[in-house]
Design a binder for this molecule. Structure first.
Ligand SMILES: [Zn+2]
Length: 609
């Protein structure tokens, strides 16, 4: 999308570390070397067949064996189950086609083959479902014995998680019914609103623009035009709210009913469990951000309004930029990231160099390529990072963010397959940690005016990740509880609820109207069951870690311990091991210090003018 301001500013970054020579960079994914030569590679069918055979052999061998009552058999069965989960040949065909589809959403060969492979492997995989179901049915007293058996030590956390989850399982027949009915009880509803939003158009500056694109365009409009564009969008959102109201009531009642059947205590209990998080930590985060965090964001917006010369900003003007940022070319972005990664730890720099040289980072936007950026890692496979790089500061931050995920994955890969993944919370901690470190490195070298812009942009970005997401969390919780207590909420009541929670973090310097509250219609994250808290959590924890590292570089040992932990323990224990106690609310309040300092620094910079 064209930006209204094209910045010409560039700067000459000076490296701090002694960087080893860099091999030639491959800027496209080398799928032919890492996966298969093409869709005609006969190895693909062989791998699918081998995977099917492995599932069936496992089922045949273990279905009738008493592995739930014999610890020796249990250990052997777990070992074999983990070997299947960790065998890259079995997952390579689907991963290959999935990566191809990310590069080109119009790759119909990949799309069809992927669907067929998924169907075959799901069918084969279902044959082994009895295994985890049987483990889940082990009586409580027996579970305790298993979790105390030192011979099964390597599987304790895996089993503990499985037992915790199984406490909320229903009978096989009930699970089947719920699974069969979930599309129409949840998915079809959210798809409906999504589709209506994406198919609506508004006329802006003589052109027809789809609603999602129009929403994206707000930030690049002039100060005065922001509100004009937003008002056109609101007209559409209010109309769509007639159906979004029913969508919300249906999906939230559905989730609530299922939670009751499964015996979850709180609306967010299932989410905390699936993120391997503790509910106490989650509540500490929400309480700390809702009190101390909201004070900070309200204060920031008060000064931001003054900076722009107005008493109050409109809701649509809340992200108004404070000036031109800097341009950074891809080679320059690579140099900055290498410098920071090598400075922190030799191995992190090497992970990056390796991925650059071997064609594991797909750099440029291309026709048909999926938007945004992501990192993908899977047991035994090369790590893949996808970017849509343009030459701005945000693209540098995105590169640092996705490489943070990649370094996390590379360090955690030394765990066994059951433990080499991550909770979304620790994943977002790792990515934002490297993003923070790269920001600091650039910030140290730019002129005063650029410092002011970068700092302003980081504060608004962090508020969007921390305060805004926790305001969404509070709104989601209130919607859940209101619908449960009163039976339903009208579209207008949903808008008023959203208005209240948006105002709670923006404060008096931003006027939030009931119309602005209709943004609940398009915020798809509100439909993900309290997912919104995970990014806030990750960013706060990485702020703490970055501050510790800044104070004392020997903290890198703790950083590395964190990065290598994978998902081998509960999130709170992974943090506890590096000295961060998430069972105390204070920890989250301390984590907000960085933002407090950023805001104080920014105020100082703008007062000098
Ligand atoms: Zn991320």
């Amino acid at each position: 999308m064209p930006s209204k301001k094209v910045s010409k500013k560039s700067f000459n970054y000076q490296t701090n570390a002694d960087l080893p020579p860099l091999k030639e960079i491959k800027e496209n994914w080398d799928l032919a070397t890492h996966y298969y030569k093409s869709e005609n590679d006969p190895q693909i069918e062989e791998d699918v067949k081998a995977a099917e055979a492995a599932y069936l052999a496992f089922a045949k061998k273990w279905r009738k064996k008493p592995f739930t009552t014999d610890a020796k058999l249990l250990k052997q069965a777990l070992k074999e189950s983990e070997a299947i989960a960790g065998n890259p040949s079995f997952s390579r065909p689907a991963r290959y086609y999935w990566l191809r589809l990310s590069l080109n959403t119009g790759d119909t060969v990949a799309e069809k083959r992927l669907a067929l492979i998924d169907r075959r492997l799901r069918k084969a995989g279902e044959e082994t479902l009895f295994f985890t179901l049987a483990l889940g049915q082990i009586p409580k007293a027996e579970q305790k014995k298993i979790l105390a058996n030192q011979d099964l030590k390597d599987y304790h956390y895996y089993l503990e998680r499985l037992f915790l989850g199984a406490a909320h399982h229903l009978s096989e027949a009930e699970e089947k019914i719920i699974s069969l009915k979930s599309r129409q009880a949840y998915g079809r509803w959210t798809d409906m609103t999504d589709k209506i939003v994406s198919q609506r158009h508004i006329i802006w500056q003589g052109k027809s623009v789809a609603l999602p694109e129009a929403i994206e365009m707000i930030n690049v409009q002039s100060f005065a035009d922001k509100e004009k564009l937003w008002q056109k969008i609101v007209v559409e959102l209010k109309q769509i709210s007639e159906v979004a109201e029913h969508e919300f009531n249906a999906i939230i009642t559905d989730v609530r009913t299922e939670d009751d059947l499964r015996g979850y205590q709180k609306p967010y209990s299932a989410t905390a469990l699936s993120y391997q998080d503790s509910e106490a930590s989650l509540r500490n985060l929400v309480e700390s951000v809702s009190s101390e965090g909201f004070k900070l964001s309200r204060d920031f917006y008060k000064h931001k309004a003054k900076f722009h010369g107005v008493d109050t900003l409109t809701y649509s003007q809340r992200n108004e930029s404070s000036g031109d940022s800097i341009n950074i070319s891809f080679p320059e972005a690579v140099t900055i990231c290498r410098d920071v990664f090598y400075s922190v730890h030799q191995d992190y720099g090497q992970v990056f160099d390796d991925m650059l040289a071997k064609g594991q980072i797909d750099v440029w936007p291309k026709a048909g390529k999926t938007g945004g950026a992501f990192m993908s890692a899977q047991s035994g496979h090369p790590i893949n990072v996808m970017l849509n790089h343009v030459t701005d500061f945000k693209s540098l931050e995105t590169l640092a963010h996705e490489m943070g995920h990649a370094i996390h994955a590379a360090r955690s890969a030394k765990n066994s397959p059951f433990y080499d993944g991550h909770s979304i919370i620790t994943a977002e901690t790792a990515s934002t940690l490297f993003e923070n470190l790269v920001f600091d490195a650039v910030f140290a070298q730019v002129d005063q005016k650029t410092k002011e812009v970068l700092l302003h942009d980081r504060i608004t970005r962090d508020i969007s990740t921390i305060q805004r997401q926790i305001a969404f969390f509070n709104a989601e919780l209130e919607i859940h509880e209101t619908i449960h207590k009163e039976g339903a909420m009208s579209g207008e009541e949903l808008a008023i609820c959203m208005q209240k929670h948006l105002a709670s973090y923006l404060g008096k310097a931003v006027s939030v109207t009931k119309d602005d509250g209709y943004s609940y219609v398009y915020v798809s994250h509100l439909r993900y069951g309290f997912y919104v808290y995970s990014y806030a959590y990750g960013l706060l924890m990485s702020s703490l870690m970055a501050a510790n590292y800044k104070n004392d570089h020997s903290y890198v040992a703790k950083i590395d311990q964190f990065l290598t932990a994978g998902e081998s323990k509960l999130v709170k224990d992974i943090y506890k091991d590096i000295g961060i106690d998430t069972t105390k609310e204070d920890t989250f309040t301390t984590a907000l210090e960085r933002m407090k300092q950023d805001i104080a620094d920014w105020k100082k910079l703008i007062s000098k003018k």
